[in-house]
Write a protein that binds this ligand. Structure first.
Ligand code: G
Ligand code: G
Ligand code: MN
Ligand code: NA
Length: 249
């Protein structure tokens, strides 16, 4: 069987695609500021398949919309059950370029009685933006409803300050590759430049992929708002998020 057939089946049944949540910590008080929802594919024979494999495949196959719907459904359930938290979802440019995407998201939030301010959309510039305006219209509608936007993997590929301006983003997420470099040598210069430019534009700053105490200390000193990475927490199951937020019952 081809992986494509398995993915089509997984998406149709829903249950093999699961959502994990990686906590993001505020540097102000060290508390959990939000969670990033991350899709996981629990393949019945091959075991766990990384989103780095199946998300691009879903994009090629036109299934990314269904994957996004499954993740958003999980996220709305969690937001409903835990009224104090905020969650960020990763959204493909293909989803945001699809007519009616914003209305579907806003409708799903409304049906679950969830304040759109509790949802953030992380956008990676891996694909070109559509030319017929659907992307911009969706972003504008979501922003008007209260959904915030972050530029993911900032500093890589097409993610740049022009992208920040186009979608009027609230936040940048400094890519793990820069955080890694910071540790090795005196390669802090890039991170410092990103942070000072982001500050000048009034953007919130999250650093991703923080794995060492040295990185944490350096990023704190440079003035990041939030940190995310294996040093602080791996992505958690829904049950583990409940335990973290509410404590053992
Ligand atoms: O969880 P992990 O670090 O392995 O994720 C790998 C990549 O897959 C990341 O770039 C992440 O943004 C992306 N990804 C994870 N979950 C989703 C999702 O629900 N939708 C989209 N479009 N991308 C996702
Ligand atoms: O592209 P995006 O930022 O959405 O990717 C998130 C991915 O990065 C997730 O798959 C998550 O599991 C992974 N990740 C999060 N923190 C760390 C970390 O500290 N180290 C490594 N290697 N990966 C991380
Ligand atoms: Mn992300
Ligand atoms: Na990222």
């Amino acid at each position: 069987r081809r992986l494509e057939d398995d993915l089509r089946e997984a998406v149709a049944s829903g249950i093999q695609i699961q959502t994990f949540y990686q906590p993001v910590f505020s540097l102000d008080d060290g508390k959990v500021a939000s969670f990033e929802a991350l899709a996981r594919w629990m393949h019945p024979r091959q075991g766990f398949i990384s989103p780095e494999i199946f998300i691009p495949l879903a994009e090629e196959m036109g299934l990314i919309h269904e994957v996004g719907t499954l993740v958003l459904r999980d996220v709305c359930k969690l937001l409903f059950e835990l009224p104090a938290i905020r969650v960020a979802i990763n959204v493909s440019v293909l989803e945001l370029s699809s007519p009616g995407y914003a209305l579907r998201v806003i409708g799903t939030l409304a049906a679950s009685h969830i304040d759109p301010n509790r949802l953030e959309i992380e956008l990676t510039e891996s694909l070109p933006v559509d030319k017929d305006g659907h992307f911009i219209n969706n972003v504008a509608s979501l922003r008007a409803a209260g959904v915030s936007f972050a530029i993911d993997d900032f500093g890589t590929g097409y993610a740049s300050f022009s992208r920040v301006q186009t979608i009027d983003a609230d936040r940048i997420k400094i890519d793990k590759s820069f955080v890694d470099d910071m540790d090795k040598a005196d390669n802090k210069a890039i991170v410092m430049a990103i942070i000072s430019m982001a500050r000048a534009k009034g953007l919130k700053i999250t650093a991703e992929g923080v794995e060492t105490e040295a990185q944490r200390a350096a990023l704190q000193k440079l003035g990041c708002d939030d940190l995310q990475g294996f040093l602080l927490s791996r992505p958690l199951s829904e049950a583990a998020v409940h335990l973290l937020v509410k404590g053992p019952e």
